[in-house]
Ligand binder design. Sequence first.
Ligand code: C5P
Length: 202
Amino acid sequence: MAFTIAIDGPAAAGKGTIGRALAAHFGFAHLDTGLLYRATGRRMLCGLDPVTAAQSLRPEDLNADDLRTPEVSQAASRVAAIPEVRQALLDFQRAFARRAGGAVLDGRDIGTVICPEAEVKLYVTASDVERARRRHLELTGKGHTVTLDEVAQDLRDRDARDSARATAPLKPARDAVQLDTSEMSIEEATERAVAIVTAAQG
Ligand code: C5P
């Protein structure tokens, strides 16, 4: 039976962490849809036309180890504003969302465009300062050399671009449950999300 959890929100708000935890808890498959745009953006940086890059994305493109750098993040957000790129990635995401056995997808337009019929919609946010702090910690922990200011600027630029674009802009679905994780530990945020999903399962 299909059961979809759609998680949207701005960059580095904790969507991925919560998505992975929910998938593990409920035994659902998880898709970080940002990776599709990051892999497309990375291929564009290598010289490919972005629409061609999205149309010919290969599984191994999603495993590149530099997908989280600010340079690739910016490229992802630029290609994500191109309607043909979004169109090329649509069917894969929709099929994933309705697969048997349950699915968790996190991104920007999951509850609004990819799967408006999702059984649970979460809109995860956190303060700008907290998001920058978390992403900076994640990147430096992986050995990337980047300053807190650069990370904060990357998040500001992307949120502005992602919210302002004409196609599938970042915004909460009307029926999304909002979860502000600024003051929450990972355990608290996960517990809260599990409770929301459990309540929806009835
Ligand atoms: O989620 P993440 O920060 O990895 O996403 C990278 C970029 O991909 C975002 O800034 C956004 O521009 C784009 N994106 C999108 N729609 C999604 C997921 C990501 O436009 N569903």
